[in-house]
Design a protein around this ligand. Sequence first.
Ligand code: XMP
Length: 477
Amino acid sequence: MENHDFKLGLTYDDVLLVPQYSDIESRKFINLRTYFSRNIQLNLPIVSANMDTVTESRMAIAMARVGGIGIIHRFLSIPDQVAEVKKVKRAQNLVIEDPITISKEATLEKSLEVMQNNNISGLLVCDRRGKLEGILTSRDIRFKNNLKMRVKDAMTPRNKTITAPFGTSAEKALQIFDKYRVEKLPLVDKSNKIVGLITSSDFQKLNQFSNAAKDSDGQLLVGAAVGVKDGLKRAEALVEAGCNALVIDIAHGHHKKCIDLTRELKRKFKDTDVVAGNVATIEGTEDLIKAGADAIKVGIGPGAACSTRIVAGAGVPQLSAILEISPLARKYKVPLIADGGVKNSGDAAKAIAAGSSTVMIGNMLAGSYESPGEYYIEDGLAFKVYRGLASRDASIDRQTTEAKADKERQDRAPEGISFRVTYKGEVKKVLRNLLDGLQSGMSYSGAKTVEEFWSKAKFIRMTEAGAKESQPRSHQT
Ligand code: XMP
C-alpha cells in the first residue's frame, strides 16, 4: 500500500458559503440556466435520480416542466422503459405527430385502458390504413354503463369530427378550438390519413410552463439509464424513442466496463449525450472524459439510501469530491452532476458553488405524487417507499421484473437501504423550495449565473459547534 498523506474529506454539513458583496436587486435577476451535459441545457440545475422509487415518466415530465430533467430508471423491460420515454416526449408538444389510435371494433373497456396507460383523455379512431374514422374521448365513455360496447357506438363519427390539414398554425388551431368548442383537433392529409393531433390542453401547458426544458422539436427533455449488461441494446431502443441522454448506471464508474461502454455508446450514438459515472476522483473523471463522456456523475456513497461506505468502506465525502474534480471538468468543458446527499436547498447551493453544473436528487423527491408507487397509510399518515438500487428489497423485486433472475446478486451484501418517506403530494412544492433556496444561496455570493457562482463562492469550514449553531432551534433553558 502507498504511504498515505491523509487528505481531508469534507461534505456539505462541514461548510458554509461566506456571504459576499452583492448588487443583485432581486432574486428574479438570478439565472439558473446550466448545462446537464455537453449539449443539453437546462433552466434549473436539478436532475431526478434514475431510481425505481424516484423517476418514471410522471416525475420526468414534472422535472422538465420546471426546467430540469428526469432520468428514467433501468429496472424496467426495454419496451417498458421506452414507453416511459415516449410518454415524456408526448407530454408537451403542440403537434403530436404520432397520436395514439384505436380501432372502431375495440371495446370501451380497452379504450379506457389505453387512455390510462398513456395518460391521455382521448383516442383517434382509425382503420388499418391509418384513415380517420372518428374520435373517442373519455367524456364519451364517462356515462356509459356497458364497457363492452364497441367504440363505433360511442365515438363522434368522422362526418362530425372537426379536423385540419397538417401545418395548421397555432393561431388557427386556437380559433378552431374556440369556434367549435372542441378539445382535440386531428390533422389529416388529403386522403383522410391521420398525420397529427393538436390538443387544447397542450396550449395551456405551453403557457403554464414557460421555463420548461425542451429539445429542438419543442418536446420535453428526458434521459434514461442503461446498465453495463444490456447497455447497447437498451440504448438503441431508447435513442430510437427520442431519449435525449443516456446515463450509465453503475455504482463504481471508474471501472473498465464503464469506460468501455462509454466509448461504445459514443461511437454508436454520436448525436446523443452520454453521462458516465459514478466517480469520486480526478483519475476516474479523466478516464471517462477521455472515453467520450458528455457529463460526469460524481458521488460514491453520499446518497440517503446508500450503505456503500459502511458495507465496503469506500467513498469520498461529497463536497471534497466535487471541489477536487471540478477544475478538470472545467478544463475539458464537461459538466459535473453532483449525485446524492442533497438534504435541503442549502446543500444544492453548496454543490453548485463547489463546481457542479447540476445536482441529482433522490430522497428529497421520493414520496411525492410523481414518484413511482402508491402511497400507503400507517399510523394515520401517508407514506411511500424510498430504497437504494442496491438494497435487498430492490434486488428481490427485480427478480420478478428482470428477464433472468440474478440469484447471486440478491445474496450479496446489500449496499443500499430501504425506508419509508412521508407522502409529500405534488413535487412542484419541493422543486419551488429548491429553486428559491438556490437563488438565495447565489444571491449571498453576489452571483447572477451559475458560472459566476463558481468563481465568486467562498466556503468556510465549521466546527461541530458551528454546525450545531446552524440548526434552527428554540432557546429553552
Ligand atoms: P439522495 O441522497 O438524493 O441520493 O437520496 C440519490 C443517489 O443515491 C445513489 N444510490 C445508491 N448508492 N447504494 C448506493 O451506494 C444504493 O443502493 C443506491 N441507490 C441509489 C444514486 O447515485 C442516487 O442518484
